[in-house]
Design a binder for this molecule. Structure first.
Ligand SMILES: NC(=O)c1ccc[n+]([C@@H]2O[C@H](COP(=O)([O-])OP(=O)(O)OC[C@H]3O[C@@H](n4cnc5c(N)ncnc54)[C@H](O)[C@@H]3O)[C@@H](O)[C@H]2O)c1
Length: 261
């Protein structure tokens, strides 16, 4: 079964991590994909690896004009736009007492304003296509809080909230809007300069092994498969909803004295 046959998808932050996994999986399921990012060389490489069903488009999600250009490039190349994955994101870590206004604004500009601009930019094209699916990548940090991530948590809760509003407003146009809430996925997100990726990933693995009922960190493919479901018509009656993929991490907490805490 080819689950995205005939669909055209735009993926922000598609040059690496989960966005690249989504672009690759979508194309293997019959979609034509526009990989968008600010790291052009990596983004072009992802599109080239996929082949003729993909193209790369520079898109800084904080720039309104870039969004207009990306939607225009998509419809010019592939004739329409059915799916938007608002995946681009950044994280900057600091205790609240030390977090600078500049850092707070940087993170919310990409993670929150970027999602707002993206959803707004695709409405007309999706309406012309007869409907569509917008998948907003939030986080488990849009369900709970996390130390040292005030800006990130604020932005991811905002994504969860605006997903619901958009679902209500866009439902009559046949556009579904859902949010995805990944747990810990070893990518380059939020790795401070100079800290080896392997060190951070080792910490994530140890954390998830201890705390997540499924006992492991997730993979980019774990998330891509959920996003594929939401992009496809298989999720046709779901909108305004939150889809968590975190190995059970946010299901609850163990009893006092348990070896798991
Ligand atoms: N990795 C995790 O544990 C985790 C958990 C929950 C949610 N998420 C979310 O998943 C999404 C993907 O993150 P990832 O883990 O694959 O990280 P990643 O850093 O590998 O990928 C993020 C991509 O976004 C791009 N990007 C950053 N700023 C951009 C901008 N202004 N415009 C366009 N693109 C931009 C980056 O260049 C990068 O390619 C993010 O929204 C992130 O917040 C990640």
């Amino acid at each position: 079964m080819v689950r995205l046959d005939g669909k055209v998808a735009l993926i922000s932050g598609g040059a690496r991590g989960m966005g690249a996994a989504e672009a690759t999986l979508f194309a293997s399921e019959g979609a034509r994909v526009v990989v968008c990012d600010v790291i052009d060389d990596e983004g072009k490489a992802v599109a080239e690896k996929i082949g003729a069903s993909a193209l790369y488009q520079h898109l800084d999600v904080t720039h309104e004009d870039d969004w207009a250009d990306a939607v225009a490039a998509t419809t010019a190349a592939f004739g329409k736009l059915d799916v938007l994955v608002n995946n681009a994101g950044i994280a900057e870590s600091a205790p609240l007492v030390e977090m600078s206004l500049e850092s707070y604004r940087r993170v919310t500009e990409v993670n929150q304003t970027g999602v707002f601009l993206g959803m707004r930019a695709v409405i007309e094209a999706m309406t012309e296509a007869g409907g569509g699916s917008i998948v907003n990548i939030s986080s488990i940090d849009g369900m709970v809080g996390m130390h040292n991530l005030t800006s990130y948590v604020a932005s991811k809760w905002a994504v969860r909230g605006m997903t619901r509003v958009a679902a209500m407003e866009l439902g009559p146009r046949g556009i579904r809007v859902n949010s995805v809430h990944p747990g810990f996925i070893p990518t380059t997100l939020g790795i401070p300069d100079g800290v080896p990726e392997a060190q951070i990933h080792g910490l994530l693995d140890a954390h998830a092994e201890k705390l997540a009922p499924l006992g492991r960190t997730g993979t980019a493919d774990d998330i891509a498969r959920l996003v594929l479901f939401l992009a496809s018509d298989e999720s046709g009656y779901s909108t305004g909803s939150e889809f968590v993929a975190d190995g059970g991490l946010t299901a609850g907490y163990p009893p006092p004295g348990s070896e798991h805490l």
